[in-house]
Write a protein that binds this ligand. Sequence first.
Ligand code: UTP
Length: 614
Amino acid sequence: MASSVDSTALKLSQLGINADFASSVPNLKKNLHLLSAEQVDLVKILLEMGQTHLFEHWPEPGVDDNEKKAFFDQVARLNSSYPGGLASYIQTARGLLADSKAGKNPFDGFIPSVPTGEVLTFGDDSFISFEERGVKEVRKAAFVLVAGGLGERLGYNGIKVALPAETTTGTCFLQSYIEYVLALQEASNKLAGGSQAEIPFVIMTSDDTHTRTLELLESNSYFGMKPTQVKLLKQEKVACLDDNDARLAVDPHNKYRIQTKPHGHGDVHALLYSSGLLKNWLDAGLRWVLFFQDTNGLLFKAIPASLGVSATRDYHVNSLAVPRKAKEAIGGITRLTHADGRSMVINVEYNQLDPLLRATGFPDGDVNNETGFSPFPGNINQLILELGPYIDELSKTGGAIKEFVNPKYKDASKTSFKSSTRLECMMQDYPKTLPPSARVGFTVMDTWLAYAPVKNNPEDAAKVPKGNPYHSATSGEMAIYRANSLVLRKAGVQVADPVKQAFNAQEVEVWPRITWKPKWALTFSDIKSKVSGKCSISQRSTMVIKGRNVYLQDLSLDGTLIVNAVEDAEVKVSGSVQNKGWALEPVDYKDTSVPEEIRIRGFRINKIEQEERN
Ligand code: UTP
């Protein structure tokens, strides 16, 4: 057996660095014989990248040896999960930290202008034909849910996708998404004459969400989807940085670990690429990848038409957007053209848009135009990418997305940080590396139809300036009822006006609590085909449609109506339904006797009386 002295000598020669340098890290040198050849390769990277401080506190061999090995397991993970490895991460960090210190503006030299895209009006002829096209296309699509975020602003103790999107039926976000995908799959296959295509459903998780997402799926039989149709991809966190030299931060809770923090949802591109899924999808004839987020209960109402736009306009990248009020806290989709000829269509964060406009010949900055809205559409971070061009691009970049760094400096000298920082990347920055020939567009839809995320806790939501969206569990649920009410109105149903009510100190419009399963209707044409005669629904009413072939005809509802229908059974619902119904009762978010998922919305439903039809 080789002595530790021989083994150390061997490893020093493997390191290929001079003995003086190795001696400057005596604590590492003493422990070298414990390490495998692969681990010594990682040592080499760390030393070359100026990370000797990581070993300064290492004790003699024999003390905490397992922890030292575990340290290298972590380094190996950090190295393999980042395109280009740790050396590239540190290199990029140094460049970005230097730019940040120098106050360099990433948009220097770029002139903003309004890009071209499609602006849709719900229910008109063109909307209907885009929806039709979208449903046709969707069997060639894969859906990717990014759900690795911790949700610090919401502060909910569970994972966000397990939260009920609405409490009338208690359907959680994940269930709703899966049911939409299954309904789209069925409708699209039917249009294709009975094709059996299965739409792949990917969920990006992180250590913060992975186990609980899997448990949620397994304890609910994947909400009706085949388990093989669902794929979880777990994103890794990235190393934290202590200073402008990008020295990796030692975890304050364990000196044998590097501190890590989330890298952002931009990881989804590298993960999809390295998983090999994209290639499989292309081989299987798929054409689209749709990215969406964890808590937007309205999104799927916008999907058929937006996908129709992608297919009709041949968009390589289609960003879903809503009309944006000037200075509203959502990014604007912007074309940026550089004097050197570079050009891209990209999301510009709201805090960067105003200074960028002012610096480039628009002295009023971020202002509304004659329409009463900013000319730059508001990005809601749902993307539709065309698979072929997407793979072509990722084979050049490996899925690496332009990153940024956001250190909180201790003082104006910008030499030290209040706490460690890290590189971050965003899914919507994907177009930044695309060539100017790429077809990048957007689809604007009404906010009431497409966007109501649940991001803020009740306390912060109550402080949102009047007129701005709360983005809370309360507003997210109310938005679903409002959208369903407005859609039915457009289809000719007399839906009563809403009343204003405050829950958790947020004033919201309370519309009748109308919900339906996606298999009942996915598009406006579906709705119109299922509603006829003179139908009316009073404000205090609740209506739940669970079946597929349910037809509302001359229905007058004042109370609660639940319609169940077994698979293909046809159920006609008509006449007058009147009962005491279900009442909304205020609860306070501080009342811990009420389950968290209820109290964060500020009301619970008292189910007094209902009529069920089958
Ligand atoms: P959010 O803006 O909601 O961020 O992310 P968040 O991290 O979930 O919430 P806060 O900022 O802590 O309050 C938008 C989407 O991106 C996902 C989230 O799960 C959400 O669907 N995300 C975010 C990731 O998948 N990974 C990340 O590292 C960050």
